[in-house]
Design a protein around this ligand. Sequence first.
Ligand code: ADP
Ligand code: MG
Length: 148
Amino acid sequence: MIERLVVPDPEAMHALGVRLGGALRAGDLVVLTGPLGAGKTTLTRGIGEGLGVRGPVSSPTFVLARTHPSLVDGPPLVHVDAYRLASAAEFDDLDLDFEASVVIVEWGAGMVDGIADSVLEVRIAREDDDTRAVELDGAGPRWAEPVL
Ligand code: ADP
Ligand code: MG
């Protein structure tokens, strides 16, 4: 299942995150790919709002993973920056509670292989200054139907 969207500005990226956050549940694993400044953290901030977790969601540059507890009796958002992780084994060493959380991994390509049977990959590409092309690529039984 692949869905393609054109996201014209940061506000629209945030809004996409809010919609996506509303569709996510405990056990979901989402990998965000795209170059620096693509909008991965902007999207994650929206996801946090859609899930109803405590903010602020910021770039977790100085920690590998940050947990945002739910304010609405839902799952926490675990926000991972895998940029400085060398391997899937190091990702595994984070020992995240996948079952109970929504896990969002920036720079997660290649890090989550074999971790879960369903992964939603969100690929963000820069088209020009503000426009982003977004692909939602869901693999596994959880993502058999369109996400949005
Ligand atoms: P990343 O986490 O991928 O490095 P950030 O979300 O931290 O990216 O930053 C994205 C930057 O690009 C922000 O400064 C944001 O204002 C800007 N931007 C411009 N257009 C967009 C867009 N369509 N979607 C997301 N961010 C955008
Ligand atoms: Mg970021």
